[in-house]
Write a protein that binds this ligand. Structure first.
Ligand code: NAP
Length: 476
C-alpha cells in the first residue's frame, strides 16, 4: 500500500466529461470513508450535466431534476469542476499523468451511427443527434439549420431518441412554451410546415426500442394524431411465441398493447400526424440536390439457426415522399487524443472500465472509462450509476494494489496554475451556478423553467459581467 489516500497526500482523480456517468463516478469516489480522495471533473463546455442538459428533451423537465443529485456531489469539499477545458488541447493525457493518480473518461458518445445507404449526406438528411443538440441549445449545434418548410419528414429508428425528435416536431407552440427549448428553435418550429412525421422501425413492434411512457406520450399530443397500420401489429409467429413466453419483458408486452390500441383508434383530425411504421428498412435517401424521398423496403421477420428473430428484406419497396430525414439509429463515440479507441464499437476498449490497449489487449494503468464511452449508448440516465460505480470500484481496488500514476505535481493548485498559464478560462462550479441563476432569472414571467445560454462566448461574457458586479465571488 502506498502513502496515497491520506489527508496529507490524497488520491487525486481526474474525470473527463461532466455528464451523469462522470458525476456518479465522482460521487462514489468521494463517498469513501477511509480514504482521502479529491476529484477534479473536467468538461469542454462551461456547463455541466452532458446529455441531461444537451440531450434530454426539453419537454421532459422531470427527468432533468436528476441534476439536484449532481449538485449535492459538487458540494463535497473534495470536488472541483473545471468547465470550458478541452481534453487533448487545453489539457493533455501527459498533463493529467503529472497531476493525478488516475483518470476516468466519461465523455459519452458524441456522434451518430451511420446508416451506410446512398443519399445519406444529401442536404435535408440529418443525424437526429444534431437536431437534438440544436433544439436543446447545445453550442456545437445551435447554428445548424433544418428545412422545416417541408410537409413530410421521416425519422429512421424507433428508439427513445426517435420518440423525442418526433414529439418535438409535433408539439404545439403552447406545449413548447413550458419547456426550456432554445428560443431560436421554438421560433423556427413555430413556422414549421411539417404535417406528416413517419417513424420507421426495421423490425416489428415486439422489438421496438422505445419505452412505454415514450410511446404512450406520442398518443397524447395536443396537435398530432398517431397512426399505426393494423397490418403492422400483426405479429410474425416467432415474435408472437416470444411475447407469450416467460422470457418476454413486461415493457415489450405493454408496447405491443399500446400500439395495438393505436391501430384500432380513429384519427381525431388534428393538424399533424405521427405515422409509426414497422418492418421497413431504409434503402436510399433519394434526391438530386436535396432530399426528395426515402426509398424503403418491406421486411419480414425470420428466425435464424441460433433462434434469433431478424428482419429480412422482401421485394416490396416504396418511396416515401419526404423532404427531410432524421437518422435516429444510435449514437457513436469519438476517439480522444492519445487514448485507445475501438472503431468497430465506437467506444474506448475496456474491461469493466479499465482501459485496454485495444479490444482484448492489456490494461493501461491509471486510465478508466465510465458511461456510454465504456459500454455504448444504451440504457437510461440511472443505468450510468451502476456503470460508474463499477468503474470507481476498480479504481479503488487498483489504488489498494498500488496500480496508479505517481504524479510529479499532485498539488491541487498546480493544475489551476497550468491552465491559467495556457490562458484557459476555467469555469468553476460556482460560475456554473451563477449561469444557472441567470438562465432561470431570464425566464421570469414566462412558463419556461429557464432560457438557456447557447453560445460559449455569451456564457463567459455573462460571467464576467456578474463578477464585475459582485465584489467578492465565492470560489469553487
Ligand atoms: P436505441 O435505443 O439503440 O434505438 C436505435 C433504433 O435505431 C432502434 O430502433 C434500431 O433498430 C434502429 N436502427 C439501428 N440501426 C438501424 C438501421 N441500420 N436501419 C434502421 N434502423 C436502425 O438508440 P437511441 O434512440 O439513440 O437511444 C440511445 C439510448 O438513450 C437508449 O438507451 C435510450 O433508451 C436512451 N434514451 C432514453 C430516453 C428516455 O428515457 N426518455 C430518451 C432518449 C434516449 P434495431 O432495434 O432493429 O437495431
Amino acid at each position: 500500500m502506498t502513502a496515497f489516500g491520506i489527508l496529507t497526500q490524497p488520491i487525486r482523480v481526474a474525470i473527463v466529461g461532466a455528464g451523469p456517468a462522470g458525476f456518479y463516478a465522482a460521487d462514489h469516489l468521494l463517498k469513501q470513508k477511509n480514504l482521502a480522495i479529491q476529484v477534479d471533473l473536467f468538461d469542454r463546455l462551461p456547463t455541466p450535466f452532458g446529455l441531461v442538459r444537451g440531450g434530454v428533451a426539453p419537454d421532459h423537465q422531470k427527468i432533468k431534476s436528476v441534476t439536484a443529485i449532481y449538485d449535492k456531489t459538487a458540494r463535497n469539499p473534495g470536488f472541483r469542476f473545471f468547465g470550458n477545458v478541452t481534453f487533448g488541447s487545453d489539457l493533455t493525457l501527459t498533463d493529467l499523468q503529472q497531476h493525478y493518480n488516475a483518470v476516468i473518461f466519461s465523455v459519452g458518445t458524441q456522434t451518430d451511427k451511420r446508416l451506410g445507404i446512398p443519399g445519406e449526406d444529401l442536404p435535408g438528411s440529418h443525424a437526429a443527434t444534431e437536431f437534438v443538440g440544436w433544439y436543446n441549445g447545445h453550442p456545437d449545434y445551435r447554428h445548424l439549420q433544418f428545412d422545416l418548410s417541408q410537409e413530410r419528414v421521416a425519422v429512421i429508428g424507433v428508439g427513445n431518441v426517435a420518440m423525442d425528435v418526433a414529439r418535438i416536431l409535433a408539439r404545439s407552440q403552447a406545449e413548447l412554451d413550458a419547456t426550456d427549448i432554445a428560443p431560436y428553435a421554438q421560433a423556427a418550429l413555430a413556422e414549421s410546415k411539417i404535417r406528416e412525421i413517419y417513424i420507421l422501425g426495421r423490425r416489428g413492434p415486439v422489438q421496438a426500442a422505445f419505452s412505454n411512457p415514450e410511446i404512450k406520450e406520442l398518443g397524447e399530443m395536443e396537435d398530432a394524431d398517431i397512426h399505426v397500420d393494423p397490418e403492422d401489429v400483426v405479429l410474425d409467429p416467432a415474435s408472437a411465441a416470444y411475447l407469450a413466453s416467460p422470457q418476454a419483458d413486461r415493457a415489450e408486452v405493454r408496447n405491443v398493447e399500446i400500439l395495438t390500441q393505436y391501430s384500432t383508434e380513429p384519427l381525431e383530425g388534428k393538424p399533424k400526424q405521427l405515422i409509426v411504421r414497422f418492418l421497413v428498412s431504409p434503402l436510399e435517401i433519394v434526391g438530386t440536390d436535396r432530399v426528395e424521398g426515402l426509398k424503403i423496403v418491406r421486411n419480414e421477420m425470420v428466425q435464424d439457426d441460433k433462434g434469433e428473430i431478424r428482419p429480412r428484406a422482401t421485394d416490396r419497396t416504396e418511396i416515401l415522399p419526404v423532404g427531410l430525414v432524421f437518422r435516429s439509429v444510435g449514437y457513436y463515440g469519438v476517439a480522444l487524443p492519445d487514448v485507445p479507441f475501438d472503431d468497430k464499437k465506437g467506444i474506448i476498449p475496456n474491461a469493466q472500465g479499465r482501459v485496454l490497449t485495444q479490444s482484448g489487449g492489456d490494461v493501461i494503468v491509471g486510465e478508466y472509462v465510465a458511461g456510454w464511452i465504456k459500454r455504448g449508448p444504451s440504457g437510461v440516465i440511472g443505468t450510468n450509476k451502476q456503470d460508474a460505480v463499477e468503474t470507481a470500484n476498480l479504481v479503488l481496488a487498483d489504488f489498494q494494489a498500488g496500480q496508479m500514476w505517481l504524479p510529479d505535481a499532485p498539488q491541487p493548485d498546480a493544475v489551476v496554475a497550468l491552465l491559467r498559464e495556457r490562458g484557459v478560462r476555467v469555469v468553476t462550479y460556482a460560475d456554473w451556478q451563477c449561469l444557472n441563476d441567470l438562465e432561470v432569472a431570464n425566464a421570469e414571467g414566462t412558463a419556461r423553467p429557464r432560457v438557456k445560454f447557447t453560445e460559449i462566448d455569451e456564457m463567459l461574457k455573462a460571467l464576467d459581467q456578474a463578477t464585475e458586479t459582485t465584489p467578492s465571488p465565492s470560489g469553487d
